[in-house]
Design a protein around this ligand. Structure first.
Ligand code: SF4
Length: 43
């Protein structure tokens, strides 16, 4: 379980719900290569 407070598609209640760690996001942050914007998903 990973705590995360990014506004990320995978973030839920402060926790990263990303299960599949595969292809890295097109919009990574410095902390996470899998970051995906929750508000406006790209790609
Ligand atoms: S994928 Fe990365 S940025 Fe998104 S909730 Fe998980 S840890 Fe945070």
């Amino acid at each position: 379980m990973i705590n995360c407070s990014e506004k990320c598609l995978y973030e839920e209640d402060g926790i990263c719900t990303l299960k599949e760690v595969g292809k890295a996001s097109d919009t990574p942050t410095k902390d996470c290569p899998y970051f995906k914007n929750k508000e406006k998903e790209e790609g």
